[in-house]
Design a protein around this ligand. Structure first.
Ligand code: NBP
Length: 500
């Protein structure tokens, strides 16, 4: 019984998280379904990894579980869905009551709720933890979003805090410079208990939904600069690098600068110009959009970002359609500095709307699933390690510290002022894009969200009348209290309205 913790699943995430745990002085037992991967990983640990001696490899599940100190803590980093259920079933006969299973995969939160219930009924403890930051995050500090058994969290917490990304206490800036065997010291860890059962995985899913829209917004900014200003990838990359020193500073802006500056290693020009424009997706953006639809939350930009990927994936169809369907000629603009600033403002304003939608969604989800989420803390643990890490998240933490009951991020004075100051340039950007036939679904849907949310009145009066006309769905009246419903037998020149 010499291992502090165990880990199953030695693909990209599992290997890197195991090494991160070992770097922090913990002894970790590892197991993978196919034993060749375990052997390969153990060779890597022996030959290349300074903390490799603290990794114990097993090819037998029973021996693996026997090597872990009780109550056992076992992290699963296997493919989400059925593989997770399979490995849990295989593992359970080797566990004892009170042992803890930590699912670090991208599980659907409803699966996590079910697994939490089933495992708790059988005497085990379960944690569903979002893990964000990809391969590098797992290796040197991810953002970790755990939900589930509180007593299990108390036992997992020291390890999760040790391996999580760290940010500077005041500024929230990620502390970097970790290397194999040399983790960063000090700083605030990017992890905190999120809530019961599926709360952690839900919050991780919304993180991914926000990641989708964040990426799409950046892509639209790039596309506008390319087409309206005729800039090449290298020049646009330099603009992103400049933006990265300001309020837009974030991991995604930073890597966009790098990507756009990358020359094609296989030929002339920039690599990005040779990458096929057909986006893939693994489903977490779709889950976020679906959840928003189910909960009745207007997360239109998040959904739009998923649709933008879907539309892009119809590459052959689009190529054919481009020969049939004509739009306006794109007219190059001469005022480059002004256009770039307008696009930057549009990007920042749209980003605020995207996050407002994500937080509004979590706010409804907590009511539906019986959680109490702490939004300031969620923003805090997204400041480092994860893909959407950004300077801007500190502003969200500040906004919830200022008003824990904040209904919508856009109502916070800082964000309100940014939207007020930026909306002129934002509208100019969307208008120019539309006039030139350049699709900007994320910029324009975010603007529609802003305009819709700030409208005391919307044309839904007509919509309710239409619903009552064809389906007797009733309507409320502006001159009567809410909750009083009426119906009219339309068309009704003489018939009276009925209260129902
Ligand atoms: P994958 O998602 O590609 O999963 C591969 C692992 O699952 C292998 O270890 C494989 O074992 C194991 N596995 C499968 Br498939 N079926 C199994 C079964 N029935 N029983 C036991 N093990 C099984 O690995 P990944 O990309 O490292 O991701 C791991 C988890 O972390 C996933 O849930 C993923 O969604 C999540 N995640 C990934 C990232 C990322 O950037 N990649 C980021 C955040 C979260 P084998 O070797 O025997 O086939």
């Amino acid at each position: 019984n010499s291992a502090d913790i165990g880990l199953i699943g030695l693909a990209v995430m599992g290997q890197n998280l195991a090494l991160n745990i070992a770097d922090h002085g913990y002894t970790i037992a590892v197991y993978n379904r196919s034993s060749e991967k375990t052997a390969e990983f153990m060779a890597r640990c022996r030959e290349k990894e300074p903390s490799g001696e603290r990794v114990l490899g097993f090819t037998d599940l029973k021996e693996f579980t026997q090597a872990i100190r009780r109550p056992r803590k076992i992290i699963l980093l296997v493919k989400a869905g059925t593989p997770t259920d399979r490995i849990i079933e295989t593992l359970l006969p080797h566990l004892e009551p009170g042992d803890i299973i930590v699912d670090g995969g991208n599980a659907h939160w409803m699966d996590t709720i079910r697994r939490d219930r089933e495992l708790t009924e059988r005497g085990f403890r379960f944690i569903g933890s979002g893990v964000s930051g990809g391969e590098v995050g797992a290796r040197f500090g991810p953002s970790l979003m755990p939900g589930g058994s509180e007593s299990a969290w108390a036992e997992l917490e020291p390890i999760w805090r040790a391996i999580a990304a760290k940010v500077a206490p005041e500024s929230g800036v990620p502390l970097e410079g970790a290397a194999p065997g040399k983790p960063v010291e000090g700083g605030v860890p990017c992890t905190a208990y999120i809530g019961p059962n599926g709360a952690g995985h839900y919050v991780k899913m919304v993180h991914n939904g926000i990641e989708y829209i964040d990426m799409q917004l950046i892509c639209e900014a790039y596309w506008l600069m390319k087409h309206l200003l005729g800039l090449d990838a290298g020049a646009i990359g330099a603009i992103f690098r400049e933006w990265n020193s300001g309020e837009l500073s974030s991991y995604l802006i930073e890597i966009t600068g790098d990507i756009l500056g990358q020359k094609d290693p296989a030929g002339e020009g920039y690599l990005v110009d040779k990458v096929l424009d057909a986006a893939g997706q693994k489903g977490t953006g779709m889950w976020t959009a679906t959840s928003a639809l189910e909960l009745g939350v207007p997360a239109n930009s998040i959904a739009e970002a998923v649709f933008a990927r879907t539309l892009s994936s119809l590459k052959e169809e689009r190529v054919e359609a481009s020969c049939v369907l004509k739009g306006p000629e794109i007219r190059l603009l001469s005022n480059a500095a002004d256009t770039i600033e307008a696009i930057r403002r549009a990007l920042y304003c749209s980003k605020i709307c995207a996050y407002a939608q994500g937080f509004q969604l979590m706010s409804e989800a907590q009511k539906a699933y019986g959680w109490t989420l702490d939004f300031g803390t969620i923003a805090q643990i997204w400041r480092g390690g994860c893909i959407i890490r950004a300077r801007f998240l500190q502003k969200i933490t500040d906004a919830y510290a200022h008003d824990p009951g904040l209904k919508n991020l856009m109502l916070n004075p800082y964000f309100r002022d940014v939207l007020h100051e930026g909306q002129g340039r934002w509208r100019q950007t969307v208008t120019t894009a539309i006039q030139n036939g350049i699709p900007v679904p994320a910029f324009s849907s975010a603007l529609a969200y802003f305009d819709g949310y700030r409208s005391a009145q919307l044309p839904a009066n007509l919509l309710q009348a239409q619903r009552d006309y064809f389906g007797a769905h009733t309507y409320e009246r502006t001159d009567q209290p809410r909750g009083k419903f009426f119906h009219l037998d339309w068309p009704a020149p003489d018939r009276p309205e009925k209260a129902v």
